[in-house]
Design a binder for this molecule. Sequence first.
Ligand SMILES: Nc1ncnc2c1ncn2[C@@H]1O[C@H](COP(=O)(O)OP(=O)(O)OP(=O)(O)O)[C@@H](O)[C@H]1O
Length: 242
Amino acid sequence: MTSARIQARGLTRQFGGGAGVAGIDLDVAAGQIHALVGLNGAGKTTLMRLLLGMLRPDSGTVRINDEPPHTTDWAHVGHLVENPLAYGELDGRTNLTLAARLHGASAAQAALMVDRVLWELNLTRYAAVRARRMSLGNRQRLGLASALQHDPEVVVLDEPTNALDPAGVIMLREALIRRAAGGAGVLVSSHHLDEVARVAHRITVINAGRVIGTLDPHGVDIERSFFALVHDDDTQHERSEP
Ligand SMILES: Nc1ncnc2c1ncn2[C@@H]1O[C@H](COP(=O)(O)OP(=O)(O)OP(=O)(O)O)[C@@H](O)[C@H]1O
């Protein structure tokens, strides 16, 4: 047994034209918030989809809570990758109740969970609003609520702050810190280096489908360090081109 909530070894999935990810090793430890940063098209979403079994790797392995994807208990996983999964015709509370029941909660547990997460993400006001009538940011909050309400041991969120207002960013930060303090392993991708530095215990940089290094969340100029890593990698890559 390891304390890794998520472990990837040599994970590779190549698309046409050389796009995709190659040879990714990644560990997300219990109790840690691990951020993935990279430029547009670097491979963050592809990596997350591979980790969640939404995409099949060409090679390499994934372990979630020490189990391969086909035997892991997905009820202990919460994720938001791509569009929030919500039924537009159903209101916020009903959407969350369905998600809670799908994660194995009893009706009574689901009611408690939903009340708690509506409060935690300041969605109580929108509990009776149909998902399709919600603003983009509130739909994102709903998706996050659905991913987090069952206190999963493994959390995977792709650019979760995209549509959030500053209050939402702070609320999500606190929600993730609480989940990690409770023992969850949290993997989160983001373009907001300042926010990532505030919340993450580890920061992995991905460029052109490969892990190229890490950033110190307490470093003085994280933006400069990020661009230096990416620039060095691009330069090396160009040098190795035939
Ligand atoms: N299903 C697919 N078929 C072909 N190419 C794909 C597919 N999915 C992703 N790609 C390509 O793989 C590369 C990595 O894409 P990915 O979406 O993982 O990047 P990203 O780091 O999440 O980018 P962004 O920050 O813009 O969201 C891109 O070049 C993308 O066009």
